[in-house]
Design a binder for this molecule. Structure first.
Ligand SMILES: [Zn+2]
Ligand SMILES: [Zn+2]
Length: 392
C-alpha cells in the first residue's frame, strides 16, 4: 500500500492565539474571543486573509479549548494533526492512507469555520455578535479553490522595462488524468461510505467539534467511496505533471513583483477550481542604470573641456540614446532630469524620470605640449574654488 505522508509543518497553535504554553483556560478563551471578533468574516467582508486567519483561530481553539486534545497536542506537537484524519484517530479507518494523514493546513480546512461544523463555536460566535446563528450545517463538502503555488523567475533589466515572455517549467500536482480526480477506477461501481453510512456527515462525541455534525472525512461528504481504486493514482486522485509554459511579463516589473498565471496552481477540493501560479519576479542589475521606484539614475562622465565649454552629449536611455545639452561651466555632481525617460509604470500609462549626474573625468596620458597648455590655462584663470567654502 502506498502511504503518502506529507511533511509535517511545525505549527505552534499557541502563537496563533497569541498565548503562552502555560496559558489558563480563561486566558485562552479571552484571546480566542478577541481574535475571533477581529477576524470574523462578517467583520471583514471580501477579505480572504482575514477569513484564513479566522479559520486558523477556530482550528487552534478547537484544540486548546479541549483539555484532552490540548494535552495530546502538548505531547505530540504537529504530529497531533496527522491523527485527526479519521474520527477516533489513527486506529480507526486505515484502508485508505489518504485520510489518515493530515497537516496543519488540511486540519484548518477541515476543522476551521467553513470546512467543518462550527460546533460549540456557534455559541461563542453568536455570543460575540449578540445573535444566534446555528447556521451552515454541512450536508455536502464545499468546493474550494486549490492552493496557489510560487516560482521564481529572473528577467533582465531592459526586459523588465519593455516587457517580455519567459519560458518556464512547472512541476505540480494535477487531477489524475485517468480518473479525473475521483480516485475511482473508471467503470467501477461506487460503494456506500462505511464511515458515515452514506449520509456524508458524521456526528457524536468523537468528532472534533463536540456534538456538531461535520463533513465525513472519508468520503468528503459525498456518501460514496470508490468501488475500485484508480490504477494510475491509487486512489489519491492526483498525479504530478511537468508543464512548459510561456508567460508574459508586463513592462515595469520590479524585484518582488508577482505575476499571476491563473489555473496553474494546485487542484481544488471537492470539485473546486485550480489555484494559481504566482511568479515571483527578480530583476537583474544593469551595468550603469540604477533604479529607484520607476526613476532611473545614471552617472555621465564628461571631459574637462566639455565641462568648461559646454557640450551636446549622447547619453543612453532605456530605448537607445538621447541628446543632452550641458551648458559651459557644468560642475561635477550636477544632475539633469529627463522627464519620462525612466522606467514604465507597472500596469498603467507613463514613465518615471531619468536623472543624469555629471562626473568630470580628468584626461589621462597627457603629453608635454598639453601639460604646457593646461599650465597656461591655469595661469590665466587663477581661481581658488575652496576659498568661498572654507574661507582660505
Ligand atoms: Zn486516478
Ligand atoms: Zn462518508
Amino acid at each position: 500500500m502506498e502511504t503518502r505522508m506529507p511533511p509535517t509543518k511545525d505549527k505552534d497553535i499557541y502563537s496563533i492565539l497569541g498565548v503562552s504554553r502555560g496559558a489558563s483556560e480563561r486566558e485562552i478563551k479571552a484571546a480566542y474571543r478577541k481574535l475571533a471578533r477581529k477576524y470574523h468574516p462578517d467583520m471583514n467582508p471580501g477579505n480572504p486573509q482575514a477569513e484564513q486567519k479566522f479559520k486558523e483561530i477556530q482550528a487552534a481553539y478547537s484544540i486548546l479549548s479541549d483539555p484532552e486534545k490540548r494535552r495530546d497536542y502538548d505531547r505530540y506537537g504537529s504530529d497531533f494533526f496527522r491523527h485527526m484524519g479519521t474520527p477516533g484517530g489513527a486506529s480507526a479507518g486505515g484502508r485508505d492512507a489518504r485520510y489518515r494523514t493530515m497537516d496543519w493546513d488540511e486540519f484548518v480546512r477541515t476543522f476551521g469555520a467553513g470546512g467543518g461544523s462550527f460546533g460549540d463555536f456557534d455559541d461563542v460566535i453568536s455570543d460575540l455578535f449578540g445573535r444566534t446563528t446555528r447556521t451552515r450545517r454541512p450536508s455536502q463538502a464545499v468546493p474550494e479553490k486549490g492552493a496557489d503555488i510560487y516560482q521564481n523567475v529572473t528577467v533582465d533589466f531592459i526586459d523588465a522595462a519593455k516587457g517580455t515572455a519567459v519560458n518556464i517549467k512547472v512541476n505540480r500536482e494535477v487531477l489524475c488524468s485517468r480518473c479525473g480526480g475521483t480516485g475511482a477506477e473508471p467503470g467501477s461501481q461506487p460503494q456506500t461510505c462505511p464511515v458515515c453510512g452514506g449520509s456524508g456527515q458524521i456526528a457524536g462525541k468523537r468528532s472534533m467539534m463536540g456534538l456538531g455534525a461535520r463533513v465525513c472525512p472519508r468520503c468528503g461528504g459525498t456518501g460514496q467511496i470508490p468501488g475500485k481504486v484508480c490504477m494510475k493514482c491509487r486512489g489519491t486522485g492526483r498525479e504530478s505533471k511537468l508543464e512548459k509554459l510561456e508567460v508574459r511579463i508586463p513592462p515595469g516589473v520590479h524585484t518582488g513583483s508577482k505575476v499571476r498565471v491563473p489555473g496553474k496552481g494546485l487542484p481544488g477540493r471537492n470539485g473546486g477550481p485550480y489555484g494559481d501560479l504566482l511568479l515571483n519576479v527578480q530583476v537583474r542589475k544593469h551595468p550603469y542604470f540604477r533604479r529607484e521606484g520607476d526613476n532611473l539614475y545614471l552617472d555621465v562622465p564628461i571631459t574637462v573641456t566639455e565641462a568648461v565649454l559646454g557640450a551636446e552629449l549622447e547619453i543612453p536611455v532605456l530605448e537607445k540614446h538621447v541628446r543632452l545639452r550641458i551648458p559651459p561651466g557644468t560642475p561635477s555632481g550636477k544632475v539633469f532630469r529627463l522627464r519620462g525617460k525612466g522606467f514604465p509604470h507597472l500596469g498603467k500609462a507613463g514613465h518615471g524620470d531619468l536623472y543624469a549626474r555629471i562626473e568630470i573625468v580628468p584626461p589621462v596620458g597627457v603629453d608635454m605640449h598639453s601639460r604646457e597648455l593646461i599650465r597656461e590655462f591655469g595661469a590665466a584663470n587663477p581661481q581658488n574654488p575652496r576659498l568661498r567654502k572654507f574661507g582660505f
